[in-house]
Design a protein around this ligand. Sequence first.
Ligand code: ZN
Ligand code: ZN
Ligand code: ZN
Length: 491
Amino acid sequence: MRADLTTPADRRAALDTAARLRHLPEADRDIIRLAGDPLFPRLLEQITSTGGCAHPVHLTGHTTTRNTTTGEILHHYDTRTEPGERLLVRCRNRRASICPPCSRLHAGDTFHLVRAGLTGGKTVPQDVRDHLRLFATLTAPSFGPVHRATTDRERCRPRRNAGTCPHAAPLSCTAHHTEDDPLVGQPLCSGCYDYTGHVLWHAHAGQLWDRFTRATRRHLATLAGIPQSHFPRHARLSFAKVAEYQRRAAIHVHAVIRLDGPDGPHTPPPPWGTVDALTTAVRTASVTVTVTTPYTPALGEHALRWGAQLDTRPLHAALDDPDGLADDAVAAYVAKYVTKSAADTTAGADHRLRTPDDIDAIPASPHVRTLMHTSWRLGSLPELAHLHLRAWTHTLGYRGHILTKSRAYSTTYAALRAERAVHQGAVDVQAVDGADAVTEAHWRYSGSGHSVGSALIAAGIAEDRAESLQLYREARDDDARFAAQSWEVKP
Ligand SMILES: [Zn+2]
Ligand SMILES: [Zn+2]
Ligand SMILES: [Zn+2]
């Protein structure tokens, strides 16, 4: 190794360059080989239709649609005539670190899915715009003080005569930290930090959320003066939530909560469903719900709760309320988080870990690595076996989806994909629409990924797509940032 390549970034850059130089002639050779194939135009079409997916799935098989009465073949497709006798389909990975084009598509779908629940469209009636809607941010509790980013003259955690902890670490920090300071989010003392509590909280965050939604319904019923068991006769509460990793590597939950009438979005919410009532119900539920972990001789029992910080904002179609948020801004904000993996926020890894050695190989902070080791270690306790903590070590014990929603909230990812397939002509609309047609299909997975040459072609296509989308997205993100500034909750 050369002496001047001192930092890991320097070494990585040097390796990247070396790798590129080594691969370029090979990629050139591969592109020449591909372009020489008479089916090359069709290969280009396939790569284009996946949007330049970085890890496409290869399928082989055939599909035939017949008229059930006459037996006439209305549509037939077989991969035997395709380049390499296979069809490329998107990997559909939501993570930008794994497949940028698919993650962009996923973010777009999320935007439409969340937006439809806010303003109608995609099978959701326009009336939901007038239903009571709240945007709430629920936080994790404190597991110990961490360094925080400061503004202007503000100091991190100044405490007069604070002294030191049992590990001889100062209990006060009078430094200024910028957003990019690697200390931000790291504990003042890792010996005092409750790593077990943090991982257990992540592992039960889904359960805590379920109890929170049930308690919100109960409190709303009480406020309305109706028996709790009658709530479904009067109203339905639906939601979409997204998990976001904070700098201290604990998740926050951002949620859209909507109150509908008893039959969902098609029925008007009851008159007692006011902003004040829903806000009070949400606040009460967030402070009262608890999940108690199973007792283990090593850990005892942990009572897990939401953090004291809670932010709630009413949502309005038109921004006439200074505290309110615009629908599009919220949908864009939520969509932004689903493309991130734990790794993007430097709070984990984007793949499962197989051994404790894998943890040390990850470019993460000591804090994140300690969380991973804690998750791995807790994964060996028989009383906690049901939490599968080793399988969720890469997400620091958080086992939920990044985006979850209740059934009545809006459309589904599957419906959005089907709609797109029809638009792109991938489905023979006539054949599918005909009531007396039957489709027979046989598909088999036959591999994944690209050759070096087709990877370059795909990257080029993905880049073109990204550029044409950029102007639209920039405008949208500006709106989201503008709205987000006023209510973002600091770690
Ligand atoms: Zn992909
Ligand atoms: Zn500090
Ligand atoms: Zn300490």
